[in-house]
Design a protein around this ligand. Structure first.
Ligand SMILES: C[S@@+](CC[C@H](N)C(=O)[O-])C[C@H]1O[C@@H](n2cnc3c(N)ncnc32)[C@H](O)[C@@H]1O
Length: 260
């Protein structure tokens, strides 16, 4: 079956991965050892305790899962992210349990695992259907996909209309799009909604946002960049301002794979 035509994946350049990594770290109040996403994996493990963490990033879930005695295959295409992942893994007493795989899901080979986790990754994929099908082929007990309820980067859509009034604004895939896709694949998944604590300062710092947004907005001139810098400063001056939606709910979507 074809990929959905309404699906517009986020294209995040490697040059902006340092910022994404910083954004992931910027939520210091959360403990990922005792987190709803970690729990969603742990409760479905079998005797082998094997997990593939697709788009592992800086290892927010890879490391706590390894420390909960899981063997974790961490798939991560970004060299910048892998470097930070390696540092986090090295600092863990369970480092030997982590196997890092350089590549894009689903174009990587991993052995069959009990649980396949993809936390905040599928919206980057241009082939979400193939992404889900590969999760189903890989996991023997459970697939877990975590995705934003409110499409992330609300400011991107507002500003796109300013810079490119003649081009349709990219809509970042969110929960409703993922659930529709699963439904079309014949999967009726369980869903639980979580609301993580407020984000760290990273998402409120106009300087840190500039490069990433300039790329996402496809800006090419210094004049456009200066205009964006002014928009960022203006949007981020309110005390609880953010470039994301005011609410930041996540859907933990999980199902038992239909694999032989
Ligand atoms: C927002 S981060 C989430 C990281 C981690 N799962 C977490 O929640 O902390 C998204 C990660 O997915 C990776 N990624 C993007 N597309 C991917 C793909 N097709 N396969 C595997 N990883 C991908 C990015 O490099 C990035 O590290």
């Amino acid at each position: 079956m074809k990929e959905p035509t309404t699906w517009h994946p986020v294209v995040f350049p490697e040059a902006s991965m340092t910022q994404m990594a910083e954004g992931l770290k910027g939520q210091p109040t959360e403990d990922y050892r005792d987190h709803a996403i970690t729990e969603a994996v742990l409760k479905h493990l079998g005797p082998q305790r094997t997990v593939v963490d697709i788009g592992a990033g800086i290892g927010r879930f890879t490391v706590p899962l390894a420390e909960a005695n899981c063997d974790v295959w961490a798939v991560e295409p970004s060299a910048i992210m892998r470097e930070q992942l390696a540092a986090a893994v090295k600092a863990s007493p369970s480092a030997a349990r982590v196997h890092t795989v350089d590549g894009l899901w689903p174009r990587v080979e991993v052995p069959r695992m009990e649980v396949a986790l993809a936390a905040l990754v599928i919206h980057f994929s241009p082939t979400p259907r193939a992404f889900i099908q590969a999760m189903e082929r890989t996991a023997t007990r459970r697939c877990v996909v975590v995705i934003h309820v409110e499409p992330m980067l609300a400011a991107l859509q507002d500003w796109w209309r300013i810079f490119h009034p003649d081009r349709p604004a990219p809509i970042v895939p969110a929960f409703r799009d993922v659930y529709t896709l699963l439904w079309e694949e014949g999967i009726v998944a369980d869903v639980s909604i979580i609301e993580p604590p407020a984000r760290g300062d990273f998402w409120r710092d106009p300087e840190k946002m500039l490069d990433g947004f300039a790329t996402l907005l496809d800006l090419s001139t210094e004049t456009e960049r200066a205009q964006l810098a002014a928009l960022l400063r203006e949007r981020l001056t309110a005390p609880d301002a953010s470039v994301t939606r005011s609410r930041h709910r996540l859907a933990v979507v999980s199902w038992t794979p239909d694999s032989p």
